[in-house]
Structures are given as structure tokens and as C-alpha cells.
Design a protein around this ligand. Sequence first.
Ligand SMILES: [Zn+2]
Length: 323
Amino acid sequence: MNELIDSVDFGELERFFVDNIGLYRTANTIQLLLLRQTHDYTIFRTEETRELNVVTLPSSSTDPSPMIRVAMLASKQKAVESRHFLTLVRTAAGEENLDEKQRECSLKDALCQRCPRCVLFGAVSTERGRGQERWNIKHRVEYSTAYSLEPYDEISELITFNAVDSVSQSTGQALGYTENVSPLANFPTVITLNSVTKEEFIAFLKCVLSCKSYGAETRVKGDVVNHLLGVVGGYEEIITPLEFCLEATNEGFLENPVDRTLEIMRKFSDYAMFQDNVVIMRGDEITEKVKEIPLDSSFALSMYKEAEKFADGLAEYGKRAQR
Ligand SMILES: [Zn+2]
């Protein structure tokens, strides 16, 4: 680990980092409580259906009356962020410093299984046969569906698109419509990291907090800004995204989201099964620390080295298991 990373102190949270990526998971769990906020019209679905995913949930943790909310599916969040993560670490490492497989690692059909993205987000082998058993790498980052704070009817907008006649330059009749989430809609969510190194924690946060393009048609829309509100470490998941969302819908959350999140994390840590193993941190303080650490080539290459070590260990394990 480089000295700069060593010198940054995340306090009590440090004990939830692992020194090396191991073949077995540990109980060390770190949850990131985030607020995803749309800054432009955004289309969350990439399927042919033109509708948003909606779900009926309670109005808040204190009000059981039904409320229809927009859902941002976990798979869509993960797809965008794992791509961004790969781009960041590969750029920082410098392609010339990587082997061919690592250089060409891409989603979803050519995962290299030996780069920082593959070992953190997981990789399913697509190679078959050749008399050699292949293995899969289990993910250590878990996403969940994020639900809007605002009701569906307040943040959804139908936008029609027209065809332009190339001869007359006139716009003909409307061709169709897309259902968009309007700007400044809020989606609180939780991402759970299991058995991550300090380097992975920093790199992952730098990725999520710099990722801005979500959904379909990102050429013209889809800006989303992510804020880190809180971090909680434990031997278990302390809070689910749904619990966080229902708490966040209570009065006054958006006026002071970091302080409110701190209160919510305190409340839920009281329910934890391992009371001696809960650490709560403010999101703004963690963000400040993470911002100061440059993702330079020595940082990224050290992550690649750690990923290779893990991949080699896994291959060795696979060979032994076959004997
Ligand atoms: Zn890879």
C-alpha cells in the first residue's frame, strides 16, 4: 500500500478493511448511505417498454398510507458504476503497464478475471471447455433498488419526440413518447461492501462520487449526482435501502441530509446483533478524506497487483480442488 493511502486515517472504520483480498469472505461489512439526485431528465429503463418502474410503498416510516414511488433498479446502478470503475483504474494504471487480458477486460463477454473491477464486482467466466475448469469470482459489492423520495406523479414527465422530414424540414406528427424522471428527484440508497481493502474502499468511493451519467440516452440526458451521506461499518448489514428510504421521507430530511442520516444510522445500529462492532461516520467527512487521495498510477497498479495475487490464489485453489 502506498504511503499516502496509509497516512489517511478513517478512524474506527479502519478495522473493517481487510489487508488482502482473501479467498473467503469475512464478516467485515461497510455500508455507504447515498443520495442519488437527478440533475436532468433521466430515463431509467433501457428496455423497449416506455414506462418507468414504479412500486407502491408506505409514505414513510411513520405513515403507512400507500405512496407510489419510482424505482431505480440495482442492475442499472451497478452496470454504470462498474464500467466507470474499470475506466478509472485502467486509465490511472496506464494501459502500457497492463497485460493483454487486463487491457481488453470489458463487460460483459470478455471479463479478464484479474483486474480490480473483476475482483470487486465479480466475474462470471464465459470461457468453456478446453479441458480446464474455469471459475467465477464472487462480487463483494451489493446494490439494491433505490426508491424515490418523491411520489411518482410529482417526478415523472412524458416527453414526446418528433420525426423531422428531411425534405420539407417540417416536424411531422409525434412519433412516440418516453417517460422521464424530472430533474431534482431524490433516490436515497445503500451500497454494501464486504471484505474490501482500504484501497478498494477509496477507489470505489471515488468512482461512485464522480459517476454522473445514468439511464438510457445518456448523450442528451441522464445526469445524476451522488452524495455520500453516511458510512456504517459492522459485522452485518445495519440498514436496508428500503428502511433508509422510508426514514428519509420523514419531514425535514432534505434540509439537512447528513445530520439526519447520522440520526437514522444511530437508530438502526441499536438493532444490530453485534453491538460491539458498529462504527458510524458522517458522509461529508469521509468524502473530504477520499477527495484528497489521488488515484495515480502507483495506487492503481498496486490494486492490479493485488487483483493478480487474488486471481493466482484462486487458480491454485481450483487446481487443488480438482486433485
Ligand atoms: Zn477485469
